[in-house]
Design a protein around this ligand. Structure first.
Ligand SMILES: *[C@@H]1O[C@H](CO)[C@@H](O)[C@H](O)[C@H]1NC(C)=O
Ligand SMILES: *[C@@H]1O[C@H](CO)[C@@H](O)[C@H](O)[C@H]1NC(C)=O
Length: 262
């Protein structure tokens, strides 16, 4: 299905376990994924006014609306050829820590999963995504560094689809740019905060209901019981510690780990 040259030991172990009929549990260099909240500073409605990807600018009528809700974000992009208006949804699969001042200039990053309809290939896009705002009331910038494009996966939970290719994303956009290369960057203008009621709506627009309902099984895993919640926090802390410990490894990963699953 996919290959990793980085850790032949793991591959051998996997082969051994597979031949003995056992599954390999979570791999140590991959974060566990679960739908996470969009930071409050980012719960905005705005217009996608600019994109650095010529394919995108040729395909869509700019500006088009985007709305960042608590459980993910949605966009609605009319195609230039008039054939359809693309309805998209993005969910955050790792926790987004906000750096800076929520009321003025901030940056955050996370692993994102996105899909849209219509999409003839029914793909899910997994990426390291960074959002930033440089001025209070100013434009919001979103940059995506591709991790995987998984065809024929739009009916599956986001976390399940992105898990096999998931990676610890570089700690900030600047580092990501250095180690992962060029990003697709979009600029959203006229951003205004949405109300709590609007933010609590599910992050899909009409037509995306199926895509989003498929995520139900991975949502709110930490809320079942206080005990499980406590365990989740403990695991979260362990992961965070690991992540800090792993920061030094990031540059080693610069040219590896880009998987495309067909
Ligand atoms: C995408 O999904 C639709 C609806 O489930 C299906 O009819 C279509 O064949 C799928 N496309 C591909 C390329 O599998
Ligand atoms: C990320 O860095 C690149 C390169 O400097 C820049 O073009 C882009 O706007 C940045 N993205 C964000 C979200 O700040």
């Amino acid at each position: 299905m996919f290959a990793s040259c980085r850790n032949p030991g793991l591959l051998i172990l996997a082969a051994l376990l597979a031949s003995s009929g056992e599954m390999v549990a979570a791999e140590p260099d991959r974060p566990s994924l679960m739908i996470q909240e969009v930071p409050e500073a980012m719960r905005l409605r705005g217009n996608a006014a600019w994109c650095n990807d010529p394919d995108e600018t040729m395909r869509y009528v700019f500006p088009y609306p985007v709305e960042f809700r608590a459980a993910g974000y949605v966009w609605s992009a009319p195609k230039k050829d008039g054939s359809a208006t693309e309805l998209g949804v993005g969910v955050l699969l790792t926790k987004a820590e906000l750096k800076g001042d929520a009321a003025s200039a901030w940056e955050t990053g996370y692993l994102v999963a996105k899909r849209f309809t219509p999409d003839a290939l029914n793909s899910t896009f997994c990426a390291c995504e960074y959002a930033s705002r440089g001025l209070p009331g100013g434009p919001v910038v979103l940059s995506d560094y591709e991790v995987a494009t998984v065809k024929n996966s739009a009916h599956l939970p986001f976390a399940e689809v992105c898990a096999p290719s998931a990676r610890y994303c570089p700690s900030d956009n600047h580092t990501a740019f250095e180690v992962m290369g060029a990003a697709m960057t979009e600029v959203f203008t006229d951003c205004e905060y949405i109300s709590a009621a609007e933010a609590s709506k599910a992050p899909y627009v009409e037509g995306e209901a199926v895509a989003f309902s498929a995520t139900a099984t991975v949502e709110h895993g930490c809320m079942v019981l206080p005990l499980i919640g406590f365990l989740c926090i403990a695991v979260g802390l362990a992961v965070k510690v690991r992540r800090v410990l792993k920061q030094d490894d990031v540059s080693d990963d610069a040219h590896e780990g880009y998987l495309s699953i067909e």
